[in-house]
Design a protein. Structure first.
Lengths: 544, 764, 143
């Protein structure tokens, strides 16, 4: 019989994998075996612990000691000093706030605010490949509640409607309302949109990697509410780790009859399948995503008919974002009123942001809706890196808008941002310091759109191309002031005439960039501008 | 009914009408690229955006259904601005090569830029530089000019059930085209060219010949099959250069035979003067001389007690049949005349449906005894339409079907010659009788037949009996029809079999063509008149034809080319093509349609009715005073309204000659079927030589490889040809191509389209 | 009697010493205006390829219907830089009114008019006035 006296959590995500997490884990296991501690100390792979850009992160429980930037060479020291002798290695240690179960890692010692974790409750805490840990951490409790209390699909839907949960994919459409639109029919489908293609966004990936069972549970609940017996998770093909973990979780769930026919003898039937995307941004649009699942070319369909009436294989279909779905179990478990205690009256709940750019601690945070941008950047993100000045932020990914210093106090929720012609989008916040060139950033955003346009409708296909050619002229310093107007005109026309949101989006970054940073553009097109030395952008590229 | 106001004009339209259709009703033009009335709306070109009062965004007119009270503006500043931008977007990379583009003059982009564009340029980019793709002899694809409306792709998906013509790459780099084919000729390719609003897909046949505005278009009826599609014949200086299908009748689509199979009209080998035999030579003579000679010889034969017969192609007009029939019966006094030169011994019958829309409405189809896509291609599209949309189910009893099998719910693919056995079995299933023994040796499983019978009983099917059916087969099919309470639709060869029958152009004694040829061999018939058909190419018994023709005292051939039949003739009279003379034709639904003359006959060419008239005058008993074909038409109309009873053809039916190892079906390849297709250069390039096809598995068993040269042996005659593997060929059988006037494949046949053959590898 | 005679002779002799208005055509030729519209010429480009791409605009614009044009493909781009040439290009000089519209309409400057007005043809009949492509090319030949 093993008596585990100590757990070592190792955060495994794409970032830490690149930093050598697997090698560290191997070394750790080997070292523990060599020292004869294999039976006493258990090494657990968990999802992202939150921050990125800090290398491999280990957390040792029950001591609640966190180490960052661990390398293979550090392993013997940690094992002998800490795990064997019980003396934490001060050299690598970073502070941790145990009461909120939030890993807080700050070499500079700034105190990060505790975060209310609804969606990320278990991320970075449990071993995502273990069903037992997931259950112990509270997964599937909402499902059990639904079964035990005999909640009808209508009750579930009502609870979600009452909670005021809004779609976290970007548009912010009330989820309960979306569900209620599904046309009646014998066969319906539920699709989880995990095709997270917005540049700078990786929240869905980390949710999937950190707590896959939460998603499975929420999909069962959502499927139960709308009457779908079959669900798909459409996941980015590049997310190999997420795919591996969610596949394993589905396998485990099927084994324990948490998926399949007659789940836990409750009469609920739900099947789940994974579909891998092939790297098209436009497949994040729900109808293009449906086309892709059907095996066709990923391009948006005409609406109407909406997917709720005629979706996958012509049947009523609901497409929800990973984060949206992950909000459902806590709502069912704790009730709509509890959920409404977070956030603003119109946008209740929390929101997961990925903050990145020129910021002290880039990474994943979950905060209440309505938190100001200033708080997010300066409190949770630790402020601008190297003490530089804040210049602006791109909120909502490539299809989002720029905000400048005067808008730092804007409340981050769907409705408040509208007043500033900005969107919450996917929740990516790209922070720029005073040295960043907005012109170059806009250029790379426009080349992204040009590359990702599906080519179906003319305004988007040719418009994105034209925007890029104009922007290239401007970036090279060969543009004129007329070109700036042209950018606006073309993107305005695209907004009016494009088929799907992709073609309607470029106006947001272009208009806000030209509104708030026009001087910078004017300088470029003045004819006196010359190429600056390269170092200026070096740091940006490290993060971006 | 919703009431809307479009540009100030109020109109009430039925619910579900799109803005575009409502605008068309009040005569307001909205420009479109991707919209096409016969394709499903796509809404992707965004050219048709209009403003609706109270709507934040512009709406695509082609897909938005109007709602009551809408005020729609198609000419507001916002709409104009959007259109100008759109045209500018399209033109950014569009090569400005209108002077060399064949579409110029009928190009929708050109027209819209003229009407809605502005003479200014705001965007600059490199023009596209994709290579020009010559996709075989029919079409040329120039991606540079494409506006990505995807009409061609949608046609390929919606009507043809998917080919490898698709959309590839994305965004600005999006291209359309075939994925791997170098030659794109898929029976309905013409429609893709016609659908293209710009010059991205153009005809290789018409390529650079002349400009569209120099052509005079005449409405006429296609002469290849009895679907009878309306064509617009584009003529310049006595040459037929381009065919369009502007009126969507009877179907919006036509086949490649209709669209591209006209090259024989301008063929350089065409002989347009009468020839008269002098020893071993044929000498050119005047028309008068030739007619005098023919009338004199025929008169001489008749007076000396010999019989005279006439064999006329089933592709001609009713006027031709009427006057030639009158001449033969009343002047010459002959009882031997026939039009069924493709073989077979059946007469046309009245159909159960009266239009292609009627065909499309059916819930199920039973097709027996013909590859519809070869001999009635547009009918095949209509059948496929319902099946593609999932409204109808299709049951096939066809050997080696090459198109419809993709849509079939059940496909019985019997060995060659066994179609009617399977039909008999089907009748037995429906009658609750034992049928297992009937299926022996047909390669059709009992399950297929059972499922087919069940399906046919559940939904009311349309029964289509193909041209391959023998009289006995037709009786069987009628039996099946009676059991299900349906009259079958029987198809015939040629484009005007129904008309020829109605004009009485058949032997009153019920003799078939075979009987007439046998009488030539026996010497009873001494003179023969053949019109517009190479008997050696199309009549399925080359040996008999040869014997008969060599045994004749006098043979007159009325044709356009020097065919093998002409080589046996004593006198050659030049014939006109379908474009050079008008007339009435009767289509498969017994509707009379008028062909119009596109240009005057070349040189001395004469239509058959004029030949008959001329001969009767020379004979001394003129048929009447007819100046133009329109003078004959009233007589034709009168005849068409009469009821004609066909003689019984049962009893004299021969069994299939199936001796050798492998039962084989002799079938036209698509591009060789129809009238004079071996004088259409493009088609000859597509199918240059005859070949034999086998099922791949069966071919492996026999030890052949795809593309081998093999020797086919029938009755000691050896034919050397290529072998191909095709999936649609039934296992254990073979399909041999025919329709080559310079390859004596009909020598292998004995009156039917089936024959047992032996195959062996050719020695290198 | 003599008076009027002398008056007449004065006019006559007076003209003897004035310069002649007529020229000794065809030994001498009168100069023509620079923009005189005479015989047409089809141009070649620097590589000796035909400029005419058989777009048919001259044919369409010709008010007298004097131009007949059929195109052909030149897939190897040997005779044309755009791959399209005029297979038949005929001007019927018995109809041509020398209006110059064809020159104005040409998008490629392939047809120009020269100051050459000597278009007489031998023999009766108008057949000789049909001029084909070879005759119309810059190097005037085949007359």
């Amino acid at each position: 019989m093993r008596h585990i006296r100590c757990h070592v959590l190792i955060g495994v995500d794409a970032n830490s994998l690149l930093a050598g997490a697997k090698a560290v884990e191997q070394a750790l296991i080997k070292e523990l075996a060599d020292k004869g501690l294999a039976d006493e100390v258990q090494v657990i792979e968990t999802g992202s612990l939150g921050p990125i850009g800090q290398g491999v992160i280990l957390v040792v429980y029950p001591d609640a000691v966190a180490y960052a930037n661990v390398t293979v060479d550090d392993v013997p020291e940690i094992v002998t000093e800490h795990l064997l002798k019980g003396r934490p290695v001060k050299r690598l240690q970073v502070p941790l706030a145990p009461e909120e179960r939030v890993v807080e890692i700050k070499p500079t010692g700034l105190v990060k605010k505790p975060q209310p974790r609804v969606v990320l409750q278990n991320c970075g805490v449990i071993d995502p490949e273990s069903l037992e840990e997931a259950i112990a951490a509270g997964d599937y409790q909402a499902l059990v509640k639904v079964i035990e209390e005999g909640m009808s699909p209508k009750d579930v839907m009502e609870e979600v409607t009452k909670s005021g949960l809004r779609g976290r994919g970007g548009a912010g459409f009330p989820t309960g309302k979306k569900w209620s639109f599904t046309a009646p029919g014998p066969q319906k489908y539920l699709i989880c949109n995990a095709d997270e293609g917005e540049p700078g966004t990786f929240k869905d990936r980390l949710i999937l990697e950190g707590d896959p069972h939460r998603l499975i549970e929420s999909m069962i609940l959502a499927g139960y509410a709308i009457g779908a017996t079959k669900g798909y998770i459409y996941i980015r093909g590049e997310y190999t780790l997420s795919i591996a973990r969610i596949s394993k979780a589905i396998e485990q769930a099927y084994r324990e009859n948490l998926l399949g026919d007659n789940i836990l003898d409750s009469g609920i039937t739900f099947h789940l399948e994974i579909k891998k995307g092939a790297g098209a941004y436009v497949c994040g649009e729900e109808t293009a995503l449906i086309e892709s699942i059907e095996g066709k070319r990923g391009q948006p369909r005409l609406k109407p008919p909406f997917p709720a009436v005629q979706g996958l294989w012509g049947k009523p279909t609901v497409v929800n974002n990973v984060e949206t779905l992950s909000n459902i179990p806590p709502i069912i478990l704790n009730g709509a009123d509890w959920y409404r205690s977070f956030g603003t009256p119109t946008c209740p709940g929390t929101k997961v942001y990925t903050i990145l750019g020129h910021i002290e601690t880039p990474g994943l945070i979950e905060v209440e809706m309505g938190t100001t941008l200033r708080d997010i950047i300066f409190e949770y993100g630790g402020g601008i890196r190297k003490g530089k000045k804040f210049k602006g932020a791109l909120v909502g990914g490539a299809a989002g808008a720029f905000l400048n210093e005067s808008q730092l106090d804007v409340q981050m929720d769907y409705d408040s941002l509208k007043e500033y012609a900005a969107v919450l989008g996917s929740g990516a916040i790209l922070v720029m310091d005073e040295e960043t060139s907005v012109v170059s950033l806009l250029h790379s955003i426009l080349s992204f759109f040009e590359h990702e346009s599906c080519g179906q409708c003319t305004p988007c296909r040719m418009g994105t191309r034209s925007l890029l050619t104009i922007m290239e002229r401007i970036v090279r310093g060969q543009g004129t002031e007329k070109d700036l107007d042209l950018l606006l005109q073309v993107s305005e026309n695209m907004q009016v005439s494009s088929l799907c949101p992709l073609g309607q989006s470029p106006i947001l970054p272009i208009k806000s960039a030209l509104d708030y940073f026009r001087d910078e553009f004017l300088e470029r097109v003045s004819g006196k501008w010359t190429e600056p030395p390269l170092q200026a952008h070096e740091e940006a590229s490290q993060v971006g | 009914m919703p009431k809307v106001v479009i540009d100030g004009i109020e109109i009430e339209v039925p619910p579900g009408t799109t803005i575009l259709n409502a605008a068309q009703r009040v005569g307001v033009e909205i420009p479109v690229f991707c919209y096409h009335p016969y394709l499903k709306p796509a809404g992707i070109c965004r050219m048709c955006l209009v403003e609706v009062e109270g709507m934040p965004r512009l709406l695509p007119a082609c897909i938005t259904e109007v709602q009551d009270g809408w005020e729609i503006y198609t000419n507001s500043d916002r709409v104009k601005d959007a259109r100008e931008w759109l045209l500018e977007f399209v033109l950014v990379n569009h090569p400005l090569e209108c002077p060399i583009c064949d579409e110029a003059g009928e190009c929708e982009l050109q027209n819209f830029v003229f009407k809605f564009g502005e003479p200014r340029k705001r965007l600059y980019d490199e023009p596209f530089k994709y290579p020009t793709r010559y996709l075989g002899p029919l079409i040329v694809h120039q991606m540079n000019r494409c506006v990505l409306c995807r009409r061609c792709v949608r046609f390929s998906d919606e009507a043809m059930g998917g080919t490898d013509w698709g959309v590839y790459e994305r965004g600005y780099r999006t291209i359309v085209g075939p994925y791997e084919r170098d030659v794109f000729a898929q029976k309905y390719t013409f429609n893709m060219e016609a659908l293209c609003p710009v010059g991205a897909i153009t005809s290789n046949i018409y390529r650079y010949k002349t400009r569209i505005w120099k052509l005079d278009f005449t409405n006429s009826v296609c002469a290849h099959c009895e679907v009878g599609c309306w064509l617009d014949l584009g003529e310049r200086d006595g040459q037929l250069l381009k065919v369009l299908h502007r009126r969507g009748y009877p179907s919006p689509w036509i086949c490649d035979k209709g669209g591209y199979g006209f090259e024989y009209v301008n063929h350089s080998e065409r002989i347009t003067v009468p020839l008269r035999r002098e020893g071993n030579r044929l000498r050119g003579v005047t028309t008068d001389e030739a007619l005098e000679f023919v009338a004199g010889r025929l008169k001489g034969l008749v007076e000396s007690g010999g019989k005279v017969a006439a064999l006329v192609s089933p592709h001609l007009t009713c006027e031709d049949y009427l006057l030639m029939g009158s001449f033969m019966k009343e002047v010459v006094g002959s009882d031997y005349l026939d039009y069924r030169l493709y073989g077979g011994n059946t007469y046309p019958e009245r159909p159960a449906v009266d239009s292609l829309e009627g065909v499309e409405k059916a819930e199920a189809y039973l097709v027996v005894g013909e590859d519809l896509s070869v001999h009635h291609p547009v009918l095949a599209l209509s059948v496929a339409k319902g099946c593609k949309e999932g409204r109808a189910s299709l049951y096939l009893i066809v050997t080696g079907d090459s198109f419809l099998f993709k849509f079939a719910a059940e496909h019985a693919n019997p060995l060659p010659g066994k179609e009617e056995k399977v039909l008999e079995a089907l009748a037995s299933v429906l009658g609750g009788k034992d049928y297992a023994s009937l299926l022996e040796g047909t390669e059709v499983s009992e399950d297929t037949l059972k499922a087919m019978a069940q399906g046919l009983q559940e939904k009311k099917p349309l029964i289509i009996g193909g041209s391959r059916l023998t009289p006995e087969g037709r009786v069987l099919l009628k039996g099946v029809g009676e059991r299900l309470g349906i009259t079958p639709l029987f198809l015939d060869w040629g484009s005007n079999s129904k008309g020829a029958f109605q004009m009485g152009f058949w032997s009153p004694g019920g003799e078939s063509v075979e009987d007439i040829l046998n009488k030539c061999v026996s010497g009873e018939i001494k003179g023969l008149f053949v019109s517009s058909m190479d008997l050696f190419r199309d009549y399925p018994n080359g040996t008999l034809v040869k014997e008969a023709l060599s045994n004749l005292d006098f043979l007159v051939v009325h044709d356009m080319f020097f065919t093998e039949t002409v080589a046996y003739s004593d006198c050659y009279l030049p014939a006109t093509s379908f474009a050079e003379d008008g007339g009435t034709v009767v289509n498969m639904f017994w509707e009379a349609k008028k062909r119009n003359r596109a240009f005057k006959p070349k040189d001395e060419s004469m239509p058959l009715w004029q030949v008959a008239l001329g001969l009767s005058r020379k004979w001394g008993r003129p048929l009447g005073d007819f100046g133009t074909v329109e003078d004959v038409t009233p007589l034709v109309r009168e005849r068409l309204s009469q009821v004609v009873e066909a003689p019984s053809t049962l009893g004299g039916v021969k069994a299939a000659h199936l001796k050798g190892d492998i039962p084989a079906l002799f079938e036209y390849p698509f591009y060789r079927a129809g009238m004079r297709t071996d004088f259409c250069n493009a088609f000859v390039q597509l199918v240059p030589e005859p070949y034999v096809t086998l099922n791949p598995e069966y071919g492996d068993e026999l030890g052949f490889k795809n593309g081998d040269i093999v020797i086919m042996e029938v009755d000691g005659n050896q034919f050397r040809m290529k072998l191909f593997f095709r999936d649609e060929v039934p296992r254990g059988g073979a399909i041999v191509s025919r329709g080559f006037s310079d390859f004596p494949i009909t020598r292998a046949l004995k009156g039917l389209w089936y024959r047992g053959i032996e195959l062996r590898a050719a020695k290198e | 009697m003599v008076g009027p005679l002398l008056k007449g002779l004065r006019v006559t002799f007076g003209h003897l010493f004035k310069p002649a208005i007529t020229v000794k055509y065809p030994y001498e030729k009168r100069p023509v205006a620079e923009r005189y519209r005479g015989r047409h010429v089809l141009k070649l480009d620097e590589d000796g390829r035909e400029k005419c791409c058989a777009c048919g605009l001259c044919e369409a614009v010709c008010p007298a219907g004097a131009i007949t044009l059929y195109g052909a493909e030149d897939p190897e781009f040997k005779r044309s830089d755009v791959g399209k040439i005029a297979e038949v290009y005929e001007i019927d000089y018995s109809r041509c009114i020398f209006c110059g519209y064809c020159v104005d309409a040409c998008p490629r400057g392939a047809i120009i008019m020269t100051t050459d007005y000597e278009l007489t043809v031998p023999g009766p009949g108008r057949g000789h006035l049909y001029k084909d492509k070879n005759w119309l090319f810059e190097k005037r030949g085949g007359e």
